[in-house]
Design a protein around this ligand. Structure first.
Ligand code: ATP
Length: 865
């Protein structure tokens, strides 16, 4: 305990530092070791599988202890952080030799899952985001920062939007306001790695001050976030946390940018999950990103993820990307050459961050050199091509030949790992350094001469000169030759089989050599720092270059994908058509067994005459694949990629919704019908004219009639809704085929199968028309059900169908008067008035209280009638 009299000074110092970081594991540097004590030691020994010991705590009490050598930090730190610990690294802040009292110590870095620059913790192709969420009254603000790349973005909007962003960005750590803990977990769930900050951090003025101070600006107007109060507060919380974790050199965070909700295609988190964009939903599955990622640099891989999470909505920008990809596709050899150069760029973005924080290693400076070389070459190649499509990239790429030359002239080709070890700065860079080095060399040469001379003089053949830290250079004599040692040698140490001696001459040269060495190392360190500072002047140009190279990498990746997988350039058109010829599912087509061929299909949707396609077909026929491929083709197109189809004419989408009937999600433990309905309800409340909606077996989470009725009602709602959102509805309720007769913009298609002697052969071709029955029993047979079960089921079905036909009841496909009546076609005057009331309501600006008042008003009208 702090302040206890019996405590050793070391433990007193430890306790004092630990009290400032109670929730972090404190790695306390003692000599060559990092030590942990008490509960920290218990956790550390468990996580790292190292020995837990006990030692007297300077008093009668004992304390647990676990430690490891300081050079093992790179191995152990990632393990601790990946196990979910926050780790405070406490170093010795002064040379122990320079002080007579206890060495000064302090925390130099607090490493948490969301804040780290450690290459062993970071994944090269992914960003490592720290997020902060500020929950305003109705609007939430979010900020994402990746200290390893300098990325810093903010957004604000309704909680669903922020949830979706959090899902897309996948932060490693999320900061929130301790006072709003319950609310935070209610909205964002318990699965995130989160950390609570105090309420005062989430204040508008504090945040603004901290941001303007960081960016050295008067206000935040230049970043376009001035009016985003909640987002600004979140961004402020991030900066606060970075300071708290001892990250003070953040010059590489050069700007904060705003993610505008209306700039990108809206996909909610259910859609992202159901389309398996980033993760597959089955253990052995493959996600879309795994198929489309053909990038060759980590920066490209990260940018691709960003593009996939945020597909574009502006025709010009999308077409600019397509045109560049087309250019690469048309010039494959030339493109491959650029890719070969890009491979050499390394992770320029992360190198820039290391520059800014001053933690760049000599060989990383050489990587920067190769990156600069590559930039020069690529710039040159792009300029020669002089293609309109590439102008945008070429014009933003800025070679920095002077910096390239400076690094090349200064750093050795094969420098040692740490500058403290020397051997980093080239000869010819600094006169004094060269002199010191030759002094060291001649000193060492002279030592060799001494050794030779004394060998001859004394007749000791095995005499050798060596060095240790305790008494410097010495002469070592094996015991057998002890008697030949001259009297002027001074004995320093006796070993089992040898003795060690020093001489005046040896010490004279030692001081020359050591003095030169010390001075030369100091000088190298100084020159290295100067170079790093010089490089840091180019931070923002380097960052911009990194960004351009990342974009180039992604576009080249798209072209490689297009060539290898036979993708075509989509035509982006004004209007609302989706017209895909011979479309394929990008992931499934790669996962078929040998000999199987993916069957391509056409899909045509528009708001005028084919708004909703009702797709029936037996289980396993390929309905889900068809639905998803339609969304994925649009999504790929709006990211800037070519698409797996022969042709595609695509009107821009602004929202994509995918919902899957409950039982398809059973593996995720979310099979309740309630989840299915909640997810679907959120689509119906967020429709837009350019939405694409995919409903896969919606309604099957409940009994058949319930399910058919709900599916029917949803399809009818979508048809009647003024947005006329394009919809693909997969179902094995063939009863829904009746809807095509009643609603002009609903069309029936089925995924065809051939029946041969009660065998079902999947043809996987989408053809017009409904299907007569559900084939479920055939599939049961295929699945190896005992024959008895299959026959019994066939008989039961036949019986049920004949009973139903006789009674003519409860079949929504033979609509009763009520079923046919559409909500929007009611002709009762009172209901009409109510309908008008509803239509007048402006949901966007409606407060809950106003909604209640309107409802009350309507109830009154109904009561009076
Ligand atoms: N067009 C296609 N060409 C070749 N194989 C396909 C095609 N579409 C689907 N498949 C194969 O069929 C399998 C089942 O497809 P899918 O899941 O789309 O069927 P489904 O009709 O939705 O079935 P369920 O109703 O049981 O969910 C896929 O995993 C894939 O292997």
């Amino acid at each position: 305990m702090a302040g206890k009299k019996s405590e050793t000074p070391l433990m007193r110092q430890y306790n004092e530092i630990k009290s400032k970081h109670p929730d972090a594991l404190l790695l306390f540097r003692v000599g060559d070791f990092y030590e942990t004590f008490g509960q920290d030691a218990v956790k550390t020994s468990k996580t790292l599988d190292i020995v837990l010991t006990k030692r007297a705590n300077g008093s009668a009490s004992e304390i647990e202890l676990a430690g490891f050598p300081h050079h093992a930090l790179d191995t152990y730190l990632p393990k601790l952080v990946k196990a979910g610990h926050r780790v405070a690294i406490c170093d010795q802040l002064e040379d122990p030799k320079a002080t007579k009292t206890i060495v000064k110590r302090g925390v130099t870095e607090l490493v948490t899952p969301g804040v780290t620059l450690n290459d062993q913790i970071l994944k090269s192709g992914s960003n490592n985001y720290l997020a902060a969420v500020h929950m305003g009254k109705d609007i939430h603000g979010v900020a994402f920062a990746d200290v390893s790349t300098g990325d810093f973005v903010v957004a604000e909007g309704r909680p669903e939007y922020i949830q979706k962003l959090i899902q897309s960005f996948g932060p490693s750590e999320v900061l929130y306001n301790r006072q709003k803990r319950n609310n935070f977990f209610e909205v964002y769930g318990e699965r995130l790695y989160s950390y609570a900050l105090e309420d005062w951090v989430f204040q508008s003025t504090t945040a603004k001050e901290s941001l303007t101070r960081h960016f050295n600006t008067v206000n935040l107007k230049g970043f376009g976030i001035e009016d985003l109060e909640d987002a600004t507060i979140a961004a402020g919380a991030i900066l606060h946390y970075l300071r708290e974790t001892e990250h003070h050199r953040l010059e590489h965070i050069t700007a904060v940018s705003r993610l505008a909700e209306d700039h990108h295609v809206w996909m909610d988190r259910f859609t992202i999950r159901n389309l398996e964009l980033f993760h597959s939903n089955s253990p052995d599955g493959v996600a879309l990103i795994d198929i489309i990622d053909r990038t060759v640099s980590p920066m490209g891989a990260r940018l691709l993820k960003r593009w996939l999470a945020l597909p574009l909505k502006t025709i010009d920008e999308i077409q600019r990307r397509h045109t560049a990809v087309a250019h690469f596709v048309e010039n494959p050899h030339w493109s491959e050459e650029i890719r070969d150069v890009l491979v050499k760029v390394h992770d320029l973005e992360r190198l820039v961050s290391k520059l800014s924080t001053g933690r760049i290693l000599p060989r990383e400076l050489n990587q920067l050199k190769f990156g600069l070389q590559a930039i020069g070459e690529i710039h040159e190649t792009l300029s020669q091509e002089n293609a309109e499509a590439l102008h945008h990239l070429q014009s933003q790429l800025t070679p920095i030949p002077e910096l390239l030359a400076r690094i090349a002239e200064t750093i050795e080709d094969e420098p040692s790992v740490h500058v403290q070890k020397g051997g980093v700065i080239r000869t010819g860079v600094h006169e004094e350094l060269d002199e010191l080095r030759s002094l060291m060399k001649s000193g060492r040469d002279h030592l060799e001469l001494i050794q030779k001379r004394e060998c001859e003089r004394t007749g000791i053949p095995t005499l050798k000169i060596a060095f240790n830290n305790v008494f410097g250079y010495y002469l070592e004599v094996r015991n057998t030759h002890k008697d030949k040692v001259p009297p002027e040698w001074v004995r320093k140490q006796t070993l089992v089989s040898a003795e060690r001696y020093i001489t005046d001459e040896l010490k004279e040269y030692e001081s020359k050599i050591l003095g030169a060495e010390e001075r030369s190392l100091a000088l190298e360190g100084q020159l290295y720092e100067e170079l790093v500072r010089e490089c840091a002047k180019y931070l923002s140009t380097l960052k911009k270059n990194a960004r351009v190279l990342a974009e180039l990498d992604v576009l080249l990746g798209f072209s490689s994908l297009a060539l290898k997988e036979n993708y075509a350039r989509p035509e982006i058109v004004e209007g609302d058509t989706i017209d895909i010829v011979d479309g394929r599912h990008p992931v499934i087509e790669k996962r078929l067994h040998a000999g199987e061929q993916y069957v391509a299909n056409n899909v045509m949707l528009n708001r005028e005459d084919q708004q909703i396609i009702m797709i029936t077909g037996p289980n396993m026929s390929g309905k889900s694949a068809l639905l998803r491929q339609t969304a994925l083709i649009s999504l790929l197109a709006q990211m800037g990629s070519f698409v797996p189809a022969k042709e595609a004419r695509l009107g821009l989408l602004d929202k994509i919704f995918v919902r899957v009937g409950a039982s398809d999600n059973i593996s995720q433990g979310e099979s309740t019908f309630m989840v299915e309905m909640t997810e679907t309800a959120s689509i119906l409340n967020n429709l837009s004219e350019n939405s694409l909606i995919l409903l896969d077996e919606i309604g099957r989470g409940t009994s058949t009639y319930d399910g058919i009725s709900i599916a029917w009602a949803i399809a009818e709602y979508l048809h009647e809704h003024p947005t006329k959102a394009k919809t693909l509805f997969a179902t094995h309720y063939h009863e829904l085929n009746e809807m095509a007769n009643l609603f002009p913009r609903i069309a029936n298609f089925n995924v065809s199968v051939k029946e041969l002697d009660k065998e079902v052969i999947f043809l996987r071709k989408l053809v017009p028309g409904g299907s007569a029955h559900s084939f479920g029993i055939h599939v049961a047979g295929m699945a190896g059900m005992p024959k008895y079960v299959v026959h019994k089921a066939e008989k039961m079905l036949a019986d049920l169908e004949s009973t139903r036909e006789k009674s003519g009841k409860a079949d929504p496909s033979k609509p009763s008067g009520e079923m046919q009546m559409s909500f929007f076609q009611l002709d009762d005057p009172l209901l009409e008035e109510l309908r008008d009331d509803i239509k007048r309501v402006e949901i966007d600006t409606l407060t809950p209280v106003e909604a209640l008042m309107i409802l009350n008003e309507m109830k009154k009208k109904l009561g009076e009638a």
